[in-house]
Design a protein. Structure first.
Length: 78
């Protein structure tokens, strides 16, 4: 009898962690990143770096937009 593949439950657990940590962009790219891992195109640390890097970019972009809005609002005040 073949042993069940632990990968789906591990990936599901990673998804739950990403949701709990409020990391939507990392969640979006998880499946693509996993396919790259499975094909041997990237290593484990590269996969982690991809997930974290995508999330950081999303957060930095959001912070930049918020600063721009604040600057525009502040400039319009007498």
């Amino acid at each position: 009898m073949k042993k069940a593949d632990p990968m789906p439950s591990t990936v599901d657990q990673v998804r739950r962690h990403l949701v709990g940590l409020k990391m939507p962009r990392a969640l979006e790219v998880l499946d693509h990143t996993m396919r790259q891992l499975e094909r041997g195109e990237i290593g484990t640390l590269e996969a982690i770096d991809t997930l974290l890097g995508e999330e950081l970019t999303l957060r930095e972009d959001g912070a930049s937009r918020r600063r721009s809005k604040w600057d525009a609002w502040s400039a319009s005040r007498p």
